[in-house]
Design a protein around this ligand. Structure first.
Ligand SMILES: Cc1cc2nc3c(=O)[nH]c(=O)nc-3n(C[C@H](O)[C@H](O)[C@H](O)COP(=O)(O)O)c2cc1C
Length: 195
């Protein structure tokens, strides 16, 4: 009963922390395993597990930042200094980033759309699992999720899509919540005409 109350309290207040406010420490190997294990525990029609994870941390994040910068410069050689720096630190803002990759594909029985939805469920579950381990997190996509050159560097195959990059770390900065849609705007009851 007490656990139920805690869960409802958590859900009523759950929110992300902006990436700019995420610092170290990040999860240990055991904590990360626990986060990924919980994240993978989602509804998944047909038990296809149509998603996979790529963990980015340490030196590789710095190398990726330089590579993102090179791509950005190839597209725009006049990139201002601040934008250059934004590319360099894209994957080092938080102690680690987990790529949630959707491997959804046509299937005889399970609609591809449902496989995609399951990857979205993984992302939200990962945010919550990170919180459960005492960390903060943020679900981002950014241009790198849609650029074939960046995707290749990130280890995402051409037939796959990025559901999200989950940045995970710590923060002691209070995060203001953002407005949530009033129920009246998003709920209708079947059999009644919407107002
Ligand atoms: C699929 C997806 C991609 C997102 N990508 C970005 C992004 O690239 N940049 C950004 O500022 N926010 C992005 N967001 C929004 C952030 O996750 C935002 O912090 C979040 O919606 C806050 O929601 P919460 O407080 O309910 O967790 C994305 C959200 C989703 C669902």
């Amino acid at each position: 009963m007490q656990n139920e109350l805690k869960l409802i309290d958590y859900l009523q207040d759950r929110h992300s922390t902006p990436v700019a406010q995420i610092k170290g420490p990040g999860p240990s190997d055991e904590e990360l395993d626990a986060i990924l294990t919980c994240a993978a525990r989602v509804p998944d029609h047909g038990k296809l597990a149509p998603w996979r994870f790529i963990v980015y941390r340490g030196e590789v994040c710095e190398q990726l930042g330089e590579a993102f910068l090179n791509i950005a410069l190839a597209d725009n050689p006049d990139l201002p200094d601040a934008a250059r720096e934004a590319e360099r630190v894209r994957f080092t803002r938080a102690p680690l980033v987990v790529g949630v990759v959707s491997t959804a594909a046509p299937h005889v029985k399970i609609p591809e759309w449902e496989q995609v939805l399951s990857a979205g469920a993984v992302c939200l579950n990962m945010l919550m699992a990170a919180n459960a381990q005492g960390y903060v997190a943020n679900w981002r996509s950014e241009w790198i999720a849609y650029d074939a050159r960046a995707l290749e560097l990130l280890g995402v195959r051409p037939e796959e899509k990025v559901a999200g990059f989950i940045h995970i770390g710590s923060s002691d900065f209070p995060t203001p919540d953002r407005p949530r849609p009033p129920l009246a705007e998003i709920v209708s009851y079947a059999g009644h005409r919407p107002a």
